[in-house]
Design a protein around this ligand. Sequence first.
Ligand code: ADP
Ligand code: MG
Length: 431
Amino acid sequence: MSRDPLVEVENLEKHYPITEGLLKKQVGTVRAVDGVSFDIGRGETVGLVGESGCGKSTAATSMLRLEEPTGGTVRFDGEDITEYDDAALKRFRRRAQMIFQDPSSSFDPRMSIGESVAEPLRIHGLNDRTRRRAVVEDLLERVGLSASDADRYPHEFSGGQKQRVAVARALSVNPDFILADEPVSALDVSIQADVLSLLDDVQSEFGLSFLLISHDMGVVRQVCDRVNVMYLGEIVESGPTEEVFGNPQHPYTKALLSSIPRPDPRKRGRGIELTGDVPDPSNPPDGCRFHTRCPAVIPPEGLAVAQETWRSLLDLRSRAARGDLDPGALADAADEPSPTPALVREAFDLPDPLPDGEAEATLAAALETAADGDVAAAGERLVEAFPTPCARQAPERRRVSPDHEATCHLHDPDLAPDHGDAYGIGVAEND
Ligand code: ADP
Ligand code: MG
């Protein structure tokens, strides 16, 4: 597929040091953005979507060099902006505009709307007041407001109207690229669609390249030509919007999709529910970062239990291995005098006994060890008895179709020949 990219992000990385004490000794690293690559064609609208905390905003500010990336390159119109000096950066900033989530804090309450919209023009050297005013009035009308709104103040506008003003301000310097970070998340659901269709309209009218960041799959579906799905600092799936929505090829994408409310609940497919919190980016899980929450995580060869049970076993395995399991607390909560294997089993929703005899023997022994107070030994035992390639090695990014890629072991024929079938993953395209 021949796209002519305006923006090319390659292996973008933003790590924040975690420091401690007066001497600011570095004790860790937050891997907020950890090797992200994608591009945006001219006149194309691309989405970046993922749960809160996965690194979307950090990717945004780093790719515009509002903060310095710690690695990778960003090419804009063929030039590496990570090499830019201040003057070049100022010219770049005119061509690349940003729209933020919170329309209320985007405007100085003492400045009229007209002054706010004209500010980028002034900064970039348009000194003629009359001309500035003409540009502002024209822009306000283009975003669905009226020319006379220029003399009003931010408090007189609703959130949706303020976001329209933000669009006008971004357009004022005639940019090539607009990056909107959660532009409708702070707005009432009833007006989100209006603001999105405004963004869609100005994008095509001005021929802009557009990056839309959102935690909401429904929002990106409405306007994006292509989508990148982000999880814990990495992109796990990317492709044309229809393909990613019609034939998602990463269990995380599937989970995000099943959380979109559907008008008709009877048409809701077998949704994959996402449980647990996003892990801490200062200590990402080994292997595939999603394996600690993935409903489709690959089981050990020959393990004869239901997938949900395997998921629960792996939860127990991870918690015990991290030392994050407290059988004593479970006993207290249940008002029992002392910890028991049964309480731990119950807490993890594990059937008694497991249908697989060998697995049951291992589990019973590990639960006994944990209840006796040696959680670390129980963890080691479980890790050894219940291996998964998902925790052992990081998956590669693989092509599903010419322009659709996913990073999941279910696509590796050597690791999981048939396991993905139940999820419609790793199989030939269905429609
Ligand atoms: P998103 O926009 O997807 O919600 P963010 O990019 O805001 O995610 O944050 C990604 C991760 O980076 C989070 O864990 C956040 O706590 C961390 N983070 C963001 N900014 C900083 C910072 N200045 N210092 C340390 N950690 C940060
Ligand atoms: Mg954000």
